[in-house]
Design a protein around this ligand. Structure first.
Ligand SMILES: [Zn+2]
Length: 374
């Protein structure tokens, strides 16, 4: 009897094992069939919390980081209709160019939509190294400002691809450009400068890279220590430029590429009082650290400007929601920037007003200061 009993126990155990391995095989087969790639795995959240989606900003605002390449020939009615929906009172077009192109863009704005557009000039970096290049560029900037430019925008090509007449890379802090920064200081116009790119673009392209998807979609964005130089080199050049020209106001684009390290950005701002920042294309970094970001916005409330960069009206509401609401875990609009969800900072009105327009009114010259909320 005893042996019979133990036999049946053994049988039961055996049957269990077969069942267990059978289910495991089925599960493996199912997961193989349903393997979902990272790009398409995007489940809508099941979380039930209060939602306050926004379509327009609480206060009229100035977007200091926008690009309209063909502004001279544009029908600005279409643009201002879109701006009005967002409550954007002034758009700063950083792609003004120089000379006649710039003049035509400014005149189109002045004639057809006065007070709605600000245009920044750009420097033509061709022939750096020719004698007197810096003085010539500074004179051109002076002319462009006389023609109505309210600032200077420097693209990331400086540091990345701009070469001198000998074919060497021109560093961001190259002394041959000093006359330009000095002139901007004398003219009291800000220099909005984009240097480098997110640090992840220099990191190995593998499963530990937060910008893996962006680099897969845009392989030309991948960098390394020799393409053209390390991230840290470019950033050090930019900071050295800021240090050398204390009488010039610089707007470091994209939070100086430290939106994911606000302690580091704090130390930069503390050391360089002539520098302010804007958050174009990096709101996803702020929206994943609402407490830290709110403390940062509180401490540096006079040194942060509203910037967005690419002109996609449908993406602005994410910015408003991160800045204004206390919402939790809401989606961001571009997975290759962020596969994580957003949280709102719930900034108080007095700080919102500074970010949305007061700081820009102070830093960018010749703006009409009337008609804004107190
Ligand atoms: Zn830009």
């Amino acid at each position: 009897m005893i042996s019979c009993f133990s036999l049946s126990q053994k049988n039961k155990l055996y049957m269990h094992k077969i069942f267990f391995f059978g289910s495991l095989m089925l599960a493996t087969a199912a997961s193989a069939q349903q393997k979902i790639d990272f790009e398409s795995y995007n489940p809508p959240s099941t979380l039930q919390v209060a939602k306050h989606p926004l379509t327009r900003a609480k206060f009229p605002f100035i977007d200091v980081h926008n690009h309209q390449n063909r502004m001279a020939a544009m029908d600005l009615n279409i643009l201002t209709t879109e701006m009005d929906k967002l409550n954007m009172r002034i758009m700063v077009n950083l792609s003004g160019g120089s000379g006649n192109q710039l003049k035509d863009a400014i005149n189109n704005g002045k004639q057809n939509k006065p007070g709605r557009f600000i245009v920044f000039a750009n420097v033509d970096f061709k022939n750096v190294g020719e004698p007197g290049w810096g003085e010539k560029a500074a004179t051109q900037l002076e002319t462009d400002v006389k023609n109505g430019a309210n600032g200077l925008k420097i693209f990331k090509s400086l540091g990345f691809s701009v070469k001198d007449i000998s074919g060497n890379r021109v560093p961001v802090d190259d002394a041959r450009l000093d006359a330009v920064w000095k002139k901007a200081g004398e003219l009291k116009i800000p220099v909005l400068i984009h240097t480098a790119d997110p640090k992840s673009f220099w990191d190995p392209l593998d499963s530990s890279n937060e910008r893996w998807l962006e680099l897969i979609i845009n392989p030309n964005r991948k960098r390394d220590a020799n393409n053209p130089v390390p991230f840290e080199t470019l950033i050090a050049e930019q900071h050295n430029l800021f240090k050398k020209h204390r009488n010039t106001t610089f707007i470091a684009a994209h939070f100086g590429w430290y939106p994911n390290d606000l302690n580091k950005l704090s130390s930069i701002l503390d050391a360089l009082p002539n520098v302010v920042v804007e958050f174009g294309a990096v709101i996803a970094e702020l929206g994943r650290q609402p407490k830290m970001a709110k403390a940062f916005f509180t401490k540096y409330q006079d040194r942060i400007l509203f910037g967005k960069d690419s002109w996609v009206p449908a993406e602005y509401p994410t910015y408003f929601r991160v800045l204004e609401t206390a919402d939790e875990y809401f989606p961001y609009h571009k997975k290759y920037h962020a596969y994580w969800a957003m949280y709102g900072m719930e900034l108080p009105d007095n700080i919102l007003k500074k970010i949305y327009y007061k700081n820009a009114l102070r830093i960018i010259p010749n703006l009409d200061k009337s008609g804004w909320p107190e």
